[in-house]
Design a protein around this ligand. Sequence first.
Ligand code: ADP
Ligand code: MG
Length: 683
Amino acid sequence: MPSNAAAAVEHDGHPVSVELQGARRTYGRGGQIVAALDDVDLAVRAGELTLILGPSGCGKSTLLHLMGGMDRPTHGRVLSGGEVTSELTADRLAAWRRTCVGFVFQAFHLLAHRTALENVALPLALGGVPPRERRRRAQELLARVGLADRAGHRPAELSGGQAQRVAIARALAADPSIVLADEPTGNLDRQGGLEIFDLLVDLAHRDGRTVVVVSHNEEFAARADRVVRVLDGRVVADSAPDVGPCAPAGPVRHAGGGPAAATLLGMAVSAVRRRLGRSLLTGTGVAIGVTAMVLLMSIGAGLRQQIVGSVLAQAALTSVMVTSSAAPTGISFGPSVATGGGRPLGPAQVRELARLTGVRAAYPDASLFGTLRAAARSTTGVVRPLPPARLWSPTGTVSLPRLLAGRLPSTTTTAAGSGVVLPQSMADALFSLRPGSEAAAVGRSLTLSPTGTLAPGGQVGAIGSGTRRTRTLTVTGVSSNVLGSPAAYVRASVLMRWLAAGAARGSALRYPDIVVLARRASDVAGVARRVRALGFGATTVGDVLHTVTRAFRVVEVGLGAVGGIALAVAGLMIAVVMSMAVLERTREIGVLRAIGARRRDVFTLFVVEAGLLGLAGGAVGDALGWGVGSIGAAALKQPHLVLVSPGLALLGLAFGVGVAVLAGAVPAGRAAGLSPVEALRGE
Ligand code: ADP
Ligand code: MG
């Protein structure tokens, strides 16, 4: 086996490999400072097994941690291979540990869910060695410790002695020149302990490594090359204190890279799978949050699409609403601005507007209020021009009625009178329909006795006697009720004729507004400009859509925010779960750090783990949001109510991952911040 140490042994008299100079390590405890190690000078040599003996609590472990770069001295320094290791940065120290030091612990600290082979290969994985190569080397190492046939066993399936052999093989994975064992036989029976000790002696004598073993077993003293006794943090005896020549500065081996991304991902996936129940729970939390967000936002988008769609479908894209004021009105639900100053809107203006370049037709957007009678029944109601004209009435709502039965009235007036479309409520009042039997009203006759115009804002205005005349109408269709006041619809030309009949001298007739239809959609802007040039106000479909769309964006964002709150709660859950995971796996983190994982590797590991939960939760949330939305929409017979776009699905995923990563970052930072020694204590 090639070894750094082997080169060093060529020097006679065993060169020094690690040296503590005036090393002191203190702990503050309850305002009191306790020195675990007090001013220790000690140099250990390559090719020897140095045994450190002393009672419990005398500072043996502390000494070993300082030698192996797991901890730093409070005063003094630690040197190895021409470097002051106690002054390396945390990452360089971690890399030095990974390549130059192998740790063996009393409690083995093997990862329980991994096979012997995987445990041995772990330091290699953390060092970025490719999978095939690390398996080969791990197999070789298992053979070296006499466990070639136990590669596939998990720690629980091994005896204590075998588990410690696996741990020694793992310590040798990076072919370190220094092997440090902290009470490696403490958990073994006498025979097993002696075998492990002999194996460690072999590492020093055969490979020329520096081996330091901590124990309180006097029996080993006879087998060690050198015995150092420690008491109360001080070296009190040393069987071979002569310090040989210093080891030459070896190749700097702490510049190595970290684990491959795939390695960390694999470790994260296995951690998620190992705690499947809790992972599912956390993922579900994210999923619920994302579901809420996606569902609510898709409903918002669906509503907007539906309303914008119906505006586009039913309103001629070529409409321009003309108001008397020069100020653009947009959509107004209150009293109309048209009652103020500005140019009046009457039959003369309809004719004037109809003559404009690019205009196909102009008609008033007026409505009549009156009594409708059929046989013995009667009801009062509003009669409006058919959409698109109705759409621009400021007192109307943006949603449009749906035709439930029959058809829209044609231009021809039959003997039975002009055609009318009745809303459900009026049809029911006049013909007492059962639900679903709206068709029964089609073809029936009724009369309308107008009593006034309905001005924008709902005031009833006076009309001339000619307009008040009772007229006969034939029902051509029945429509759904719209929000607000349901109205009956007649053709705009018919309504205009009735209004004109009441204003014989033409002077008093005023319309709330006039609808102008451009010849082509491309003419709309020009027509609107010409209308404004005449001193009128003009609002186009584009203006209206803009307003509607903007209003719904606000609704969508509001709905999304509610989903976001759900997601934040899910994030809190992830933070709690990850914090628990850090607590639970403190020892595992310590082992990873001891065998060379850098802080950032541990951080990445936990963040990736959280991210995976977020990704899974986000995907499930997307699917659920879409599924629940679709089923709900189908149940409500509103197929377009829910609109899940790829963008929204991506947003759901991004939110899931983002919240999870944010929530995971704090516990991950905590995990990464633990010192290897702290973590190994498992506190
Ligand atoms: P040994 O390994 O010989 O049993 P240690 O090196 O673990 O002894 O500990 C030496 C002394 O330092 C003990 O008194 C112990 O209580 C104290 N000590 C070790 N680690 C800590 C710590 N993190 N905080 C406070 N005191 C500590
Ligand atoms: Mg100890």
